[in-house]
Write a protein that binds this ligand. Structure first.
Ligand SMILES: [Zn+2]
Length: 137
């Protein structure tokens, strides 16, 4: 299988870190707009969402935010291709809770922790690490 790759504009990588800093000590969360071409994910925009989770160590994207983001993406000829969130006290990799909550196949997950940012794709019931490259556009 070809290695999964993610193209992420530098300004959006910065936005994920910024959202994480603002939300701490709770998790930030949001949706990723973009395009998928086979094993390549291209991120074009981020849609910050309200985190409905009561506990500090999990996230639950407000379905109204999800709907609004999907509408905006569609209007631009894109789709929601993934989600992002932060781990204020954890590592930049999916937690057991994330695994339990993941369901959409081929969904991109960006996770930030301690200034680190990592990308995964939920494939065949598991998270597969993806290489990400920062683009300046
Ligand atoms: Zn998580």
């Amino acid at each position: 299988m070809a290695r999964l790759s993610v193209e992420l504009p530098a300004v959006l990588a910065e936005q994920v870190r910024h959202d994480a800093a603002i939300a701490a000590p709770r998790e930030c969360c949001g949706l990723i707009e973009g395009l998928r071409d086979g094993d390549r994910f291209r991120v074009t925009a981020l849609h910050p969402a309200h985190n409905l989770a009561m506990e500090a160590d999990r996230f639950d994207i407000d379905p109204r935010d999800h709907l609004a983001a999907a509408k905006m993406a569609r209007a631009r000829g894109n789709r929601i291709i993934g989600c992002y969130h932060s781990h204020p006290h954890g590592a930049a990799r999916p937690s057991l809770r994330d695994a339990a909550g993941a369901e959409e196949e081929n969904f991109l997950w960006l996770i930030t922790a301690g200034g680190e940012l990592a990308a995964f794709v939920y494939l065949g019931g598991d998270f597969v690490g993806a290489d990400w490259t920062m683009s300046s556009a």
